[in-house]
Design a protein around this ligand. Structure first.
Ligand code: SAH
Ligand code: MG
Length: 214
C-alpha cells in the first residue's frame, strides 16, 4: 500500500481553499502554524469531547482556530488570545471570511495579562504561544479548567531538540529547557494525567483530574 487512494494521500487531511490559502501565507511569512494533521486531530477530539468553551493561547492568523471552531457544537464558543496586533487583525478578518465570527471571540493582548481577566470555565485549552511561557499559561489557566477538561500544548518536541541528548545550540537552549520543564511538570502534576504524542511538532495532552486543591 502506498497510502494513495485515487491520487490523494490518505494520510494528509483534506483542506478547503481558505485553509490552503492560510497555509500559503504562513509559509511565505514564516508564521509557525500547526501541521494539518494536528488540525485534523484537534477537530476529531473536539467532535468526540464536545467542549462548551475552548481557550486558545496564540492565534496568529487564525489557522488552528478555524480548524477547531469548525468542529465546535452549536452553542459552544472559542476564546483566542493574540498579542501581535497585525496578527490579531488578520485573524479577525479570516474568522469573518470563514463565517465563524459568531463562535470565535478573539482577544488582543498578552496572554499573561489577559488570562487573569477571563472569567468562566474552559473545558478545552490549546496552548500555542511563546514556548518559554507554557508553564506560566498553565498556572494561570488551571483553576478555570474543570475535572475532565483537556489541556493541549503544541510544539513540545520542538523539531526533535527536546528529546535530543547532548549539546543544544545556545539560541535554542532556553526554549528547549522550558519545554522539557513543561513536560516534566505535567507528567508529575497531581491534578493532571498527561502524555506526549509525536504528532506534528509534538503535542502534550493533559486531562485534569479532580485534585486536592479543588
Ligand atoms: N496557533 C496558531 C499559531 C500561533 S504562532 C496556528 O497554529 O495557526 C504563536 C503566536 O503566539 C504568535 O502569533 C505570537 O504573536 C503569539 N504570542 C506569543 N506570545 C504571546 C503571549 N504572551 N500572549 C499572546 N500571544 C502570544
Ligand atoms: Mg504551534
Amino acid at each position: 500500500m502506498d497510502g494513495n487512494l485515487s491520487g490523494k494521500s490518505i494520510f494528509i487531511p483534506q483542506r478547503d481553499a481558505l485553509l490552503l490559502a492560510l497555509e500559503e501565507r504562513a509559509g511565505k511569512d514564516y508564521i509557525p502554524i500547526i501541521k494539518a494533521e494536528v488540525g485534523q486531530f484537534l477537530q476529531l477530539l473536539i467532535r468526540a469531547v464536545k467542549p462548551r468553551r475552548i481557550l486558545e493561547i496564540g492565534t496568529a492568523i487564525g489557522y488552528s482556530t478555524i480548524w477547531m471552531a469548525r468542529a465546535l457544537a452549536e452553542e459552544a464558543e472559542l476564546v483566542t488570545i493574540e498579542k501581535d496586533e497585525d496578527m490579531y487583525l488578520a485573524a479577525r478578518e479570516n474568522f469573518q471570511v470563514a463565517g465563524l465570527g459568531e463562535k470565535i471571540r478573539p482577544k488582543f493582548g498578552d496572554a499573561l495579562e489577559v488570562l487573569p481577566l477571563l472569567g468562566g470555565e474552559f473545558d478545552f485549552v490549546f496552548i500555542d504561544a511563546a514556548k518559554g511561557q507554557y508553564l506560566n499559561y498553565l498556572e494561570l489557566v488551571l483553576d478555570q479548567v474543570p475535572g475532565g477538561g483537556l489541556i493541549i500544548a503544541d510544539n513540545v518536541l520542538y523539531r526533535g531538540y527536546v528529546r535530543k541528548s547532548g549539546r543544544i545550540a545556545h539560541k535554542r537552549r532556553t526554549m528547549v529547557r522550558a519545554l522539557q520543564e513543561y513536560i516534566e511538570v505535567i507528567q508529575e502534576h497531581p491534578c493532571l494525567d498527561s502524555m506526549i504524542l509525536p504528532l506534528g511538532d509534538g503535542l502534550a495532552l493533559s486531562v485534569k483530574k479532580s485534585c486536592p486543591e479543588d
